[in-house]
Write a protein that binds this ligand. Structure first.
Ligand SMILES: N[C@@H](CCC(=O)N[C@@H](CS)C(=O)NCC(=O)O)C(=O)O
Length: 228
């Protein structure tokens, strides 16, 4: 098989790429990386020394492609299917890329900051950084709520890379900061994303690993971190 994906089922950035692969039934060989396992982590860092997943390897074209958005652009270019991730129109493509950046940088990244802080060794927590991340996430979810009024997908009627980015970012953001009734458009968008078969499959595959999500984060955040 030409495509090999280095990933972990629980990783939000990896789920973003899984959604794209599942959307178009693109065949690939899954290769789960366990960053807590020294051998698995070292083997992965030989491929991509930065050590962040997902990474796609295209053996047929002898290419190694890191970075979720770049991977999806690559899939669009070389393995196109029924779902078009990047609009053909240049102006719409620019708008879509902005949405993709927004979900990655202002929803996914702060959400991860909140979650991963709980995985740090005792005494190494970054409470100031977590408060900043919560504040940014709160602002970003409010913006999502306003921008999704009257829309089905991030770009309107067509499902694109921006929705691949939004699905796991909002899924986990909703776990650390439940949207509730204050953000009905964001909540309804997340419901649509969860009903999309590609993301539903990624979530199902992550289920066996959900116990690894630090429970304390969800509990603490759920009580002290509700959007206003
Ligand atoms: N900009 C990267 C972000 C990837 C990323 O942050 N991946 C996380 C998992 S969701 C990771 O590899 N974390 C491990 C680490 O930072 O050591 C992308 O879009 O692919």
């Amino acid at each position: 098989m030409s495509l090999k994906l280095y990933f972990h089922p629980l990783s939000s950035f990896c789920q973003k790429v899984l959604v794209a692969l599942y959307e178009n039934d693109t065949p690939f060989e899954p290769h789960v990386v366990d960053l807590f396992d020294e051998a698995s982590s070292a083997a992965f860092k030989k491929i991509w020394p930065i050590g962040k997943f997902p990474v796609l390897r295209d053996e047929g074209r002898d290419r190694i492609i890191p970075e979720s958005s770049i991977i999806i652009e690559y899939l669009q270019q070389h393995y196109p299917g029924k779902t078009r991730f990047v609009p053909a129109d240049a102006e719409l493509a620019r708008q879509m890329r902005f949405q993709d950046r927004f979900y990655d940088l202002y929803v996914n990244v702060p959400m991860q900051k909140v979650v991963t802080d709980r995985l740090r060794p005792a005494g190494k927590n970054d409470s100031y950084g977590v408060e900043q991340a919560k504040s940014r996430l709160r602002i970003a979810v409010g913006m999502v709520d306003r921008s999704m009024a009257g829309k089905t997908w991030a770009m309107g009627d067509d499902f694109t890379m921006a929705d691949c980015a939004a699905a796991p970012a909002l899924f986990f953001a909703n776990k650390v900061m439940p949207f509730g009734e204050a953000h009905p458009n964001a909540a309804a968008y997340l419901t649509r994303l969860m009903q999309r078969p590609s993301f539903a499959l990624a979530v199902k595959e992550a289920e066996p690993y959900l116990t690894l999500v630090p429970k304390e984060t969800v509990k603490r955040a759920g009580t002290g971190f509700s959007p206003r």
